[in-house]
Ligand binder design. Structure first.
Ligand code: N0T
Length: 522
């Protein structure tokens, strides 16, 4: 097998998403790939800023870095393109052995066109903004502006053409057109142009997908009509940008979501109306067939919120990818919950030393110490990342994170085995009520490799694999518990665990320990 660096230019297959039986994988170099992500801050998209990126990346050790590419920086004047930052980024990412996901900050960057060139964002005639029901003009571009679509699409195609030529190595594995699209402050555009569309019929593709009879938006969707209309038009706009980009160079593409509360969503406009929130995923699927996945940006530290969001975005028609999550310590463990939902990847936000902190979403200050819980995740999982991505495609990855007040969790593995995960107990014999960890830092992963054979890892947790049938549980034993690692996809044995190391369960601290476990009954 050749190492990546030795591959002749042009030979690497273009990354793509595959779906089998409602489960998904991102193929990179032709094999399932798990995105161990890290996203830089919003203004770290300049050559000088990269100097403050790599020291943080070298601590966290992801395999993929997510970096914005601003429309204003690649097309500062209409028709004049400048890809110098893209080229510098490609070069430095390769030097640091990182893949990239590029974020196209253009028509929508969290609702607004801040990253559009001045010739776009200051020309309200040619590139109209959303108008509220009471006639105010918002700083959010209308999805109905045809010149806006044409201009954004043209710039995006230029970017994709450039990538096609400049990246035969496939350093870039995915692209995100727009960022948290949607509009704050109005459910939709009420300009005369938008109003004409709103009074017309609901598009056939949407009716078919939802199994609804024809009619106007109001007739078909009632109270949801305004929001669904805005979502459809934003999704269709982004789809046309993505389709043209893919025609130039067909990389996988995602759209990320500024979420609404999973239990108390509030009103559209209070959250980003028209973005891919959980209530309009079906609309996005119908309107944007060129978008491979809709990804949640999760800044909700509470266990039930976080895990509910994962569950809603992990669908047979949608690969789960956590495109952003907070970089404060309490979020780190949820990487394992995402893996348990067969995620293709996960990525904390704000990973650089540019001295910006998005607290309270993330850590108050980004330091080597605050990055450590994230580094721990990737230390544990990186050697097995390809193994996990392959098992995910078969639904064989079981993962969990500690829930405060819940010191014991049971994961059903298959017909024969459960994993019982306990938090806050010593590694030796322990009797009594497990207390949980002082902070919820526990995480556990069990990957089924074969019948009765598992890859097990975790941190700040005890994992017991227990037969579901009590009669069998009385007569179960380990055939072996081997600690080791994967090198170039091959298992390398380090030592066998036995005695104290297995008598009370498999106990994980913050050491990067990967176990291959074979269970048996006598
Ligand atoms: C994210 C990031 C960046 C419960 C915030 C999250 C990134 C964008 N927006 O640092 O701006 O580019 O995608 C919005 C979360 C809203 C907070 C809700 C509090």
């Amino acid at each position: 097998k050749r190492a990546a660096g030795e591959r002749p230019a042009g030979e690497a297959p273009i990354p793509r998403i595959v779906t089998e039986n409602g489960r998904h994988a991102l193929l990179v170099d032709g094999e399932p790939f798990l995105i161990l992500g890290a996203q830089v801050n919003n203004s770290s998209n300049w050559p000088r800023a990269l100097d403050q990126v790599w020291p943080a990346i070298d601590i966290v050790k992801p395999n993929t870095v997510m970096v914005p590419i601003a429309w204003e920086q690649i097309e500062p004047e209409e028709g004049r393109f400048d890809f110098s930052f893209v080229d510098e980024l490609l070069k430095q990412a390769r030097e640091h052995d990182q893949r990239l996901i590029l974020l196209w900050f253009a028509t929508w960057k969290n609702n607004a066109p801040h990253y559009a060139p001045r010739w776009v964002k200051l020309d309200n005639e040619r590139f109209p903004r959303v108008v509220t029901a009471d006639g105010r003009t918002l700083n959010s571009l209308s999805p109905h502006g045809e010149a806006t679509l044409e201009a954004d699409r043209k710039a995006f195609v230029a970017l994709m053409q450039h990538l096609k030529a400049a990246d035969p190595q496939r350093t870039v594995i995915m692209v995100q057109p727009q960022n948290e699209p949607g509009t704050y402050g109005s459910v939709r555009d009420f300009s005369p142009l938008a109003q004409r569309h709103f009074e017309g019929p609901v598009p056939q593709a949407l009716l078919e997908r939802l199994g609804k009879p024809p009619g106007t938006w109001r007739e078909v969707f009632g109270d949801d009509a305004d929001e669904f209309f805005h979502a459809w038009h934003i999704a269709h706009y982004i789809d046309q940008v993505a389709a043209a980009g893919k025609a130039a160079y067909p990389l996988p593409m995602l759209v990320n979501a500024a979420l609404r509360g999973p239990f108390n969503p509030g009103q559209p406009g209070q959250y980003a109306s028209g973005g891919p929130t959980d209530n309009v995923l079906g609309i996005y699927k119908a309107a944007a067939p060129h978008i491979d996945l809709l990804a949640p940006d999760i800044y909700m530290p509470e266990y039930s919120h976080y895990t509910t969001v994962l569950d809603r975005y992990a669908r047979a028609d949608n690969p789960l990818f956590v495109a952003e999550t907070g970089n404060r310590a309490e979020y780190a463990r949820y990487f394992f919950s995402a893996l348990g939902e067969q995620a293709i990847g996960w990525s904390p936000f704000g990973i650089d030393f540019s001295h910006y902190s998005n607290w309270p979403l993330g850590a108050k200050e980004v330091t080597p110490e605050t990055l450590e819980p994230f580094a721990l995740n990737y230390r544990l999982v990186a050697p097995a990342a390809r193994v996990i991505a392959r098992a995910s495609l078969e639904g064989k990855v079981h993962g969990t994170a500690e829930q405060p007040g819940q010191a014991v969790q049971t994961l059903r593995i298959d017909d024969r085995w459960n994993a019982v995960v306990t938090y806050g107990v010593p590694q030796f014999w322990f009797q009594g009520e497990p207390p949980g960890n002082p902070e919820p830092v526990g995480r556990a992963l069990v990957v089924q490799l074969g019948p009765d054979e598992f890859l097990v890892t975790g941190a700040h947790a005890r994992i017991n694999l227990v037969a579901g049938d009590p009669a069998l549980a009385d007569r179960q034993t380990y055939e072996y518990v081997d600690e080791g690692t994967y090198v170039d996809g091959e298992w390398v044995f380090h030592r066998r665990w036995n005695g104290d190391q297995t008598d009370y369960g498999l106990n994980f601290s913050d050491a990067p320990q990967l176990l291959r476990v074979k269970l048996a009954t006598y």
